[in-house]
Ligand binder design. Structure first.
Ligand code: NI
Length: 172
């Protein structure tokens, strides 16, 4: 396994639409392993392929707490096939927008269809934080970041903080 290079805002690859995967073969499984390792290395709860510069419809998610056993989901060609009417506001962050967080509105629960690590079709009813993670990661596959879903004013403030933080880090 290997930790892959992470692309951060405003890299253009993050704005592109990812393509469907033809089949889940050994090369794809190796990529899934690398994605998971990359996500764990940065203590993330989700990672989408465009964040490592690969425009394929692939995400990994693990929302297990630190004191719980890891519970990774590998999702190839994921698709939301049902959304709850109810929505919820929760704080989100993203490895591609480091050290920033903002409140985003999402569906409370979603049903997602995808191919798993073995290439088998799966359906998952995601609720709570997992539902938020699924929506956040699937957005990445369509070139959407969570900061695209907050008000312009909040986005400007957040991006200013991001820039300030980067400058500070550059001077360290
Ligand atoms: Ni993200």
């Amino acid at each position: 396994m290997a930790v892959l290079k992470l692309y951060e805002y405003p890299h253009p690859v993050l704005k592109k639409k990812a393509q469907k995967v033809e089949k889940v073969d050994d090369a794809m499984r190796k990529f899934l392993d690398d994605m998971l390792e990359t996500m764990y290395a940065d203590a993330g709860v989700g990672l989408a392929a465009p964040q490592v510069g690969v425009l394929q419809r692939v995400v990994v998610i693990d929302v297990a707490h630190e004191d719980e056993e890891p519970h990774p989901y590998y999702m190839v060609n994921p698709e939301i096939i049902w959304k709850s009417e109810e929505k919820v506001c929760g704080e989100e962050g993203c490895l591609s927008v480091p050290d920033q967080r903002a409140e985003v509105e999402r569906f409370t629960s979603v049903k997602v269809k995808y191919l798993d690590y073995e290439g088998k079709e799966q359906e998952l009813l995601a609720e709570g934080f997992l539902a938020i993670a699924v929506q956040h990661e699937l957005d990445h596959l369509d070139g959407i970041l969570y900061i695209d879903r907050i008000s312009r004013l909040k986005r400007q403030m957040l991006l200013k903080k991001l820039e300030k933080m980067r400058k500070e880090k550059a001077h360290q």
